[in-house]
Design a protein around this ligand. Structure first.
Ligand code: PMP
Length: 400
């Protein structure tokens, strides 16, 4: 009999929903046209791309022409940050160097895009600290605005600790500054990759000008995502080639991927309320049992302002990698940090940003649930976790 396997790493990626897969299937070998071709094969593919663009735009409450398909959130974040900086590259004598505000605990693609433009002398960056609860303080955002500020980029949900950032409040603050006429326009970008399944992502209610997402976190395929760009936002493309995607992103369309994204985002919208409730209930049960039944455990990130599917713990006297491998032997998949930084043993920049000492961050574990998680799986996971931790503590000569 095949070994039982339990997946609790939905923040790393999700399986493609079978309905999404069915929608994609014809676009590999049957309806394989290039959407830029003028003949019927091309038109058929183009219709599918535009249908998906409409589904995506409906989800965000925007116009279809404001959605650009990319290869995923990494590319969307790069395009947003570098594109805005390039568009305002000229140093204004009155305000100085273009200035970008972000946070210390963004995904590495945002942080590295910011470091790159900083190194190239194109912009000055402020990396805002975050509180111990994993939340950005709106007053810190306000205080860091300078005459040269062109962009604020803050993630909606942190991918490691799941904390939900006050995006609507930042949007409101920036819109007040923008309408005051005292400051040249400050654009607002959010990386909403981990928010799509569970939170309101209407761009007007968030007050964002740019928003990034990725299909593989929402039961869609890998290698496809999008960037919402509000009308009249000055953005320079960063990849040169043909005139695809309103001249903003060159390269032949990934038609099956785009169809998958549209289908997945429409499904996420339909299932959100039901899935959120079920997942949150199981996650709360998990937190309750773990904090009750295992000694020396701490939940990282705010208790309530967190994504319904995320639990991130620190366990005393054990290494997160040890726990991960012990659970893997039992067929259970969890994570020690973000998948992109797992594999290097440096402690997580997110846990560091919330003030966790080095040795504590090494004992951390991220558990993320999804729509296919069951209560039985959760209880089996908790029982297995208890066994693994007791064993590891015994080996280390610590109290179980
Ligand atoms: N931002 C966040 C918050 C993420 O969780 C991820 C995926 N780990 C990314 C960006 C990168 O997304 P992609 O895999 O689509 O490039």
């Amino acid at each position: 009999m095949a070994k039982r396997r339990i997946y609790l790493d939905y923040a790393a990626t999700t399986p493609v929903d079978l309905a999404v897969f069915s929608a994609m299937r014809p676009f590999f070998s049957q309806k394989f046209g290039n959407p830029m071709s003028l003949h019927s094969f091309g038109r058929e593919a183009n219709d599918a791309v535009e249908k998906s663009r409409k589904q995506t735009a409906d989800f965000f409450g925007c116009e279809s022409s404001e959605i650009i398909f990319t290869s995923g959130a990494t590319e969307s974040n790069n395009l947003a940050i570098k594109g805005i900086t390039l568009a305002s590259a000229k140093k204004d004598e009155n305000v100085g160097m273009p200035h970008v505000i972000t946070t210390q605990f963004e995904h590495s693609c945002v942080l590295n895009a910011c470091r790159k433009i900083e190194e190239q002398g194109m912009a000055e960056i402020t990396y805002l600290p975050v509180g111990k609860n994993g939340l950005v303080n709106i007053q810190d955002v306000k205080k860091s605005i300078k005459p040269g500020t062109i962009l604020v980029s803050i993630m909606y949900v942190n991918n490691e600790i799941g904390t939900i950032q006050p995006i609507k409040e930042v949007g409101k603050l920036l819109s007040e500054i923008n309408v005051s006429g005292k400051h040249s326009k400050i654009y607002f970008h959010t990386d909403a990759t981990q928010a799509i399944n569970y939170l309101d992502c209407k761009v007007d209610s968030l007050g964002v000008d740019l928003l990034s997402m990725s299909a593989h976190k929402i039961y869609g395929p890998k290698g496809i995502g999008c960037l919402y760009i509000r009308k009249n936002t000055p953005l320079k493309r960063i990849q040169d080639g043909g005139g695809h995607e309103f001249n903003m992103r060159a390269g032949t369309h990934n038609v099956p991927g785009i169809v998958g994204l549209g289908s997945a985002i429409a499904l996420a919208d339909k299932q959100r309320n039901k899935v959120s409730k079920i997942v949150e209930k199981m996650r709360n049960h998990l937190i309750l049992r773990i904090t009750k039944e295992i000694r020396g455990v701490k939940l990282n990130g705010d208790k309530t302002k967190r994504s319904p599917n995320n639990a991130n713990f620190t366990f005393q006297d054990v290494e997160g990698e040890g726990i991960l491998l012990g659970l893997d032997i039992k067929g259970i998949a969890v994570s020690t940090g973000s998948a992109c930084s797992a594999g290097n043993l440096q402690s997580s920049h997110v846990l560091k940003a919330i003030g966790l000492p080095e040795e504590e961050s090494h004992g951390s574990l991220r558990v993320t649930l999804g729509k296919y998680t069951t209560k039985l799986e959760i209880d089996y996971f908790i029982d297995s976790l208890k066994e693994v931790i007791i064993k590891l503590r015994k080996i280390a000569g610590k109290h179980a």
